[in-house]
Ligand binder design. Structure first.
Ligand code: DP6
Length: 329
């Protein structure tokens, strides 16, 4: 009863921000992301009578906060598989935690596949996405390849809230996402806490909800037509609208640092000069820059020359979660 799975991180072009059900992790709006090829988490899970309690090791460390979330997730799998066996979980990611790349997305997608397989459940992609969602909303999208839409669903039990590919990983191979890692001076508020506070207090949250469907249509069509200008400009605007709801939350949530602003202004002026690129930012200071392969090298060089940028990582549309025989123990 041992299985190992690999899943990639993902970055949203149309963001998920706000829940309609906190326990089941049901989103208030649908979202669209790119699964980031090469930014991987590998997780091995074994259920066995030989374990007296669950053990969780992530990147060679046993962290209490993460352990609670993983054990709660294992309980869901045990419930579905009708087993009481305890588990050993070992997980490792090949990208820095500081990248703010929602390691919870790749983490819970890999955990969902490894744990369900190890427990003898044979889930299809939709069922797997629904399970991964219970760990972290964005993890529902890391299950699928390429560009992915997470349908918010309408049912109260969450059975129609899952993600699936809009197009496969090889559909738009020229698309690039350059992640910049900048210095962070303050500890950030988690996405979970931040979005809950936004829903409760931002006067702009309604405006967010009222316009997100139009963005979903624009980005979905932009991806299908491989229209970089339509996709990138709408994704950038969507990110700014999300941050407007964050900034107007009480107390205010400002994830941006000086380096974040430096990159925003640089992207805007580089685009005016003719290198087409757009930015998107999640619940942290790092900026992700979208471009096409023909501009990637030059943009990456320019980004790395900015004072606040410590490092960049580039990725292209990647695979969904999959099983492997390379067990971590
Ligand atoms: C800003 O998926 O981390 O990155 O469901 O509470 O675990 P929980 O939140 P999480 O939120 C991600 C928020 C975001 C936007 C996005 O990825 O769509």
């Amino acid at each position: 009863m041992k299985a190992t799975a690999v899943a990639n991180a993902n970055i949203a072009l149309v963001k998920y921000w706000g829940k309609r059900n906190d326990e089941l992790i049901l989103p208030a709006n649908s979202s669209i992301s790119m699964t980031c090829g090469g930014l991987m988490t590998t997780t091995t899970v074994e259920f066995s009578e030989k374990f007296e309690e669950d053990s969780v090791t992530i990147n060679d460390e046993e962290l209490a906060a993460e352990k609670d979330a993983v054990v709660a997730f294992l309980d869901l799998v045990r419930q579905q598989a009708k087993t009481r066996l305890k588990a050993k979980v070992v997980s490792s990611s090949n990208f820095p935690m500081a990248a703010g790349l929602a390691s919870s997305a790749s983490g819970f997608a890999a955990l969902a596949l490894a744990a369900s397989e190890a427990a003898g459940l044979k889930l299809n992609e939709k069922e797997l996405s629904i399970l991964a969602r219970r760990g972290s909303g964005s993890a529902s999208r890391s299950v699928a390849e390429g560009f992915v839409e997470w349908h918010k669903g309408n049912r109260n039990d969450g059975s129609d809230s899952f993600a699936e590919s809009v197009v496969k990983a090889d559909y738009w191979p020229e698309f690039r996402m350059i992640t910049t890692i900048v210095a962070e001076t303050k500890k950030k508020i988690s996405s979970r806490a931040g979005m809950s506070q936004t829903v409760k207090t931002s006067p702009y949250y309604e405006g967010w909800l009222n316009t997100v469907d139009a963005d979903l249509t624009t980005v979905r069509n932009g991806i299908k037509e491989r229209d970089f200008s339509a996709t990138g400009s709408c994704a950038q605007q969507n990110c700014l609208k999300m941050h407007a709801t964050m900034i107007t939350t009480k107390p205010s949530i400002v994830y941006w640092q000086p380096a974040t602003m430096e990159i925003i202004h640089s992207v805007l002026s580089w685009r005016e000069e003719g290198s087409e690129c757009y930015f998107t930012i999640d619940a942290g200071p790092n900026v992700k820059v979208m471009c096409l392969d023909k501009n990637e090298k030059e943009l990456r060089k320019r980004l790395e020359m900015l004072e606040g940028v410590k490092k960049t990582i580039t990725c292209r549309p990647g695979d969904g979660a999959r099983l492997t025989d390379n067990h971590l123990f």
